[in-house]
Design a protein around this ligand. Structure first.
Ligand code: AP5
Ligand code: MG
Length: 188
């Protein structure tokens, strides 16, 4: 089994590029953000708790997303691997993931890191706000908080995965097709 991670700040194009990767490598797309938005839409107890944090641009607790990922690994079959989009986002999540994969006889295949400057994050998310209506896209303050959370909590994973020899950085600033081609070229 292949275990790819799509890494990057908010609005970097993780969800967009996931579509092409999933098709090419026959992967199960697992976006913790999408799974959480589903819980919110259903009004589940988990969704109600998560909504408060997500709307402020904060992370939900590690155990919550780790549980979601473990559940996907346990229940999804018929694929050649998983594409983790937006997970892990903290060092603790990355360590938990290593443990989950080791117990399945697997390991992270590669971390595809889409990098765009902070100004471009605002442009892309403001554009998407009009199309998708995500509550956490609606105000510049929430977007700024998400960017801050990314730099504080998530960016340390760059070194974590560089040290593990898994880190593949892709310039995320080109067109959707240009970025896709760079990802495919890098993964071979
Ligand atoms: P999540 O849903 O993962 O949001 P995010 O990381 O902020 O990323 P986005 O989904 O906003 O952006 P994206 O990189 O997918 O970009 P997209 O392809 O849509 O998480 C939401 C929240 O859930 C978090 O804030 C947190 O609270 C919680 N959460 C999730 N995972 C968690 C975890 N592991 N631990 C704890 N909490 C967690 O593209 C953006 C826009 O740009 C689109 O309109 C797109 O069409 C456009 N676009 C994409 N590529 C290009 C391009 N090359 N050129 C021009 N436009 C482009
Ligand atoms: Mg996304």
């Amino acid at each position: 089994m292949k275990y790819y991670i799509l890494f990057g700040p908010p609005g970097a194009g993780k969800g967009t590029q996931a579509a092409a990767m999933v098709e090419k490598f026959n992967l199960c797309h697992t976006s913790t953000g999408e799974l959480l938005r589903k819980e919110i839409a259903e009004g589940s107890p988990l969704g109600i708790k998560a909504k408060e944090l997500i709307d402020k641009g904060l992370l939900v607790p590690d155990e919550v997303v780790q549980g979601m990922i473990g559940n996907r690994f346990d229940t999804i079959g018929g694929v050649d691997g998983f594409l983790l989009d937006g997970f892990p986002r903290t060092i603790a999540q990355a360590e938990a993931l290593d443990g989950m994969l080791a117990s399945r006889g697997g390991e992270v295949t590669a971390v595809v890191s889409l990098m765009i400057p902070d100004e471009m994050i605002f442009e892309r998310i403001r554009h998407r706000a009009a199309i998708e209506g995500r509550k956490d896209d609606a105000s510049d303050e929430t977007i700024a908080n998400r960017i801050r959370t990314y730099h504080d909590k998530t960016e340390p994973l760059v070194d974590f995965y560089k040290k593990a020899g898994k880190y593949v950085e892709i310039d995320g600033t080109g067109t959707i097709e240009e970025v896709r081609d760079k990802i495919f070229a890098a993964l071979g």
